[in-house]
Design a protein around this ligand. Structure first.
Ligand code: ADP
Ligand code: MG
Length: 733
């Protein structure tokens, strides 16, 4: 055996899971379903599937076994499979493989397949009984993602039909009983772990210890031009004020007498809506200069703030010096070469700093971390009731998540954790996060249920681990009927079938489908991507007029969405000339949002290609050329029923929707600068309620676009989609 092989075995046998190997295998052989819980990093994900594979090989069933292990995220499916193959001294695609959307490596002899939960759900679409599969391992069930909860209902139905199929559920927390009783008393195995103590410092402790002072100006959370501009507080998002209101109550009730007046004064300037980049930089410096060796893990909310923080600190003399610091990012969309670096030990004397999303909370364990900086937030999807749509916004994490984050510092030595919020705010955190199925809209899930032929939606969902409210279910079904994805009898329409294959909000899917068919996919890709990211048009407070003038340059036709299409075209050109920053600066555009749009466009394109609607030839799906009326109509088709009527009076116009009566335009909409809109309707993607209802971005549309698309759908003409499409094509040709 090679040195590497011996070392690997040593590493593996050192993990807590190894001590429970026999117990685990016995439990699996004696029960159809078992639940395994164990602290993060104890070896569940990398070891348990291997134990099963090894024992099957020992029992001479190596050639006939087929183990599927699901992961909530594609990045973990990929990195884990690579790790397991490496531990086994193999190449990926021998006994171990992976499959995620649009990518995968597996061979004829692959017996252990890591995949995303979505991939297994898709397999169930064509193979209801999972023929040939011997073991299904569902990992990270404590996260209570929508897909995982959904998969559990299906597997529960499947088990009696496949008595020899084994189901293994793995969780990082101790709520095994919940899952066990759902499966009628499944076996439970706990893997005891060990961690070193970790000392917590809350915001007031950090301020008191260091003398660092918060002011209103040193907490700006964006870098680049957004840092030098004091941003116009646009109409606040509902969720943000919730972040702030938790804080207000908590701070009012807090007893901070033992802290100095300076600390207390500083705390009162604290802005909970920002992640204080300067404070993070300060703490990083403090650790690098004063504390003993050990990696630093910084929990941020997402790819965008990780990128900005990285850009900000890599010009710092310490963090920019590769002989002192190895600065890495860890998030869902990183490249796999970058992934590998996260696990590597840095050269001696070099400190590793990893800027991560909550993916590093339980699914990826970085071994040599001794310091954690926790911003206290994560991006989570939640339900926006006003728009009946999901929204992805930063919100406070739960106590359990905060403890998980802290625990990451104590794997190899006693550690320290810096929380960037006061203790009283931690005390106000929810104990657990609500399961996704209870907090997000159910539209996409309903489409999945239908495409898998699982019968009545509400009956099916009533069998979930925790069922969503009936009202929420009815609302989702109603919406799907209005947009023409389900017919009167709750059956999938042709459109619905396509939408069920597109993992995105139905309205975006709808736009893309029609954009592809009608040959205006390119602008629609930009519109759909733009609707998924933070508004790229910036409005600095002191340059409001200039910013609005810059935006209106892109617009000639009463459409914020088309203004973005033009802004993106310009950005693309600027990118070729390496003049992106200059371009964005001049036009008041956010570099990060534009980049995010660029990468989402590529993702949406491959998704739509995947449906088989287009052959990947960009010329055919853009045969409509730059016909803006066509694009406008397709935007209308997607955003319907988000529509209001334009009522002109002497000097200007007013807007009305069916549900809200009079509505207003967001001040940075191009339509807000007009006195007249020569169209009868405006479609919009989002309403915001402050005192009145405001529309964020809007596009003016004509009667014919509405009648051909929105209008006929609202009359319940559900099977008429293709007819309608035919009509529309005639209209244009
Ligand atoms: P769990 O699933 O129980 O949280 P894992 O099986 O993911 O634990 O991790 C077990 C150990 O393997 C951890 O110490 C982790 O750091 C290590 N590990 C996991 N993936 C990799 C990798 N790609 N490279 C190096 N070490 C890894
Ligand atoms: Mg794991």
């Amino acid at each position: 055996q090679s040195v590497r092989g011996r070392r690997m075995l040593e590493l593996r046998t050192g993990l807590p899971a190894f001590n429970q190997r026999d117990l685990l295998l016995t439990a699996i052989s004696q029960n159809q379903v078992i639940v395994i819980s164990g602290e993060t990093g104890c070896g569940k994900t990398t070891q348990v599937p291997q134990f099963i594979l090894e024992s099957e090989i020992e029992a001479n069933r190596g050639a006939s076994c087929s183990i599927i292990c699901t992961q909530p995220r594609r990045i973990s499916a990929m990195s884990v499979s690579e790790r397991v193959a490496y531990e086994r001294g193999e190449q990926l695609g021998e006994s171990v493989g992976y499959k995620v959307r649009l990518e995968g490596v597996r061979g004829r002899d692959t017996r252990l397949l890591f995949c995303t939960t979505g991939i297994l759900l898709r397999r169930l679409l064509v193979d209801r009984n999972l023929r040939g599969v011997t073991h299904v391992i569902v990992d990270e069930i404590h996260e209570r993602g929508m897909n995982e909860d959904f998969l559990l209902i299906i597997l529960k139905d499947l088990l009696p039909r496949r008595p020899e199929l084994k189901l293994i559920l793995m969780s990082a927390s101790l709520d095994a009983e919940l899952f066990s009783s759902y499966f009628g008393g499944a076996g439970v195995v706990h893997i005891p772990g060990f961690t070193y103590p970790v000392r917590s410092h809350f915001l007031e402790d950090i301020l008191e210890m260091s003398g660092y002072r918060l002011t209103q100006y040193n907490q700006i959370d964006d870098y680049g031009q957004e840092k030098t501009w004091k941003m116009n507080k646009q109409i606040p998002r509902k969720r943000k004020s919730q972040i702030a209101s938790v804080v207000e109550d908590a701070l009012r009730a807090a007893d901070l007498k033992e802290f100095s007046p300076e600390t207390r004064g500083s705390l009162s300037c604290w802005n909970p809506d920002c992640i204080g980049f300067n404070l993070i930089e300060f703490i990083l410096c403090h650790i690098c200069e004063n504390e003993r060796p050990g990696g630093i893990l910084v929990f941020m909310t997402g790819w965008d703030d990780i990128t900005s923080l990285k850009e900000k600190i890599q010009i710092h003399p310490i963090f920019g010096n590769p002989h002192r610091v190895l600065l890495l990012a860890c998030h869902g969309s990183m490249a796999s070469s970058e992934q590998r670096l996260i696990f590597e030990e840095p050269a001696s004397g070099v400190r590793k700093i990893v800027l991560a999303t909550n993916i590093a909370e339980t699914s990826i364990t970085i071994n040599d971390v001794a310091f954690v900086i926790d911003c206290g937030k994560a991006k989570e999807t939640s339900y926006d009731a006003l728009n009946n749509a999901p929204c992805l916004l930063p919100s406070w994490i739960s106590k359990v998540s905060a403890q998980q984050r802290r625990g990451r510092a104590g794997r190899v030595q006693p550690g320290q954790c810096y929380h960037l919020y006061p203790k009283c705010v931690y005390d106000a955190f929810a104990e657990y996060q609500l399961p996704e199925i209870l907090r997000t809209p159910l539209q996409s899930l309903c489409l999945q249920i239908k495409s898998l032929n699982l019968g009545s939606i509400s009956e099916f969902l009533s069998r979930a681990l925790q069922s969503p409210e009936l009202l929420a279910v009815q609302k989702a079904i109603e919406y799907l009927k209005i947009i023409g994805a389900l017919d009167e009898n709750e059956c999938l329409t042709t459109l619905g079938r396509y939408l069920s294959k597109l993992p995105m909000e139905p309205k975006l899917g709808k736009m893309l489908v029609l954009g592809a068919i009608l040959g205006c996919l390119d602008p629609i890709l930009t519109v759909a991507a733009g609707l998924s990211v933070r508004d790229p048009f910036l409005t600095p407070l002191d340059k409001k007029d200039l910013a609005e003038a810059a935006k209106s340059q892109f617009s000639r036709d009463h459409s914020d969405h088309l203004a973005l299409v033009r802004a993106y075209e310009g950005w693309k050109k600027a990118e070729e000339e390496s003049a992106v920053y200059d371009y964005c600066w001049k036009n008041f555009l956010s570099v990060q949002s534009m980049r995010a749009i660029d990468s989402l466009r590529k993702e949406f394109f491959s998704l739509i290609k995947d449906t088989g609607l287009i052959d990947g030839n960009t010329a055919t799906c853009n045969s409509g050329g730059n016909d803006e009326n066509l694009t406008r109509a397709v935007i209308c088709y997607g955003l319907y029923p988000g529509i209001c009527s334009v009522v002109h009076n002497e000097r200007s116009f007013s807007l009305k929707t069916m549900e809200d009566g009079q509505v207003l335009l967001n001040s940075n909409s191009v339509n807000a600068r007009e006195t007249k809109i020569p169209y009868p309707w405006l479609v919009f993607n989002e309403k915001i309620k402050v005192n009145s209802v405001f529309l964020r971005d809007s596009t003016a549309v004509s009667d014919s676009a509405l009648i051909l698309f929105g209008g006929s759908i609202s009359k319940g003409d559900t099977d008429g989609h293709l007819k309608m499409l035919g009509g529309y094509l005639e209209f244009f040709m």
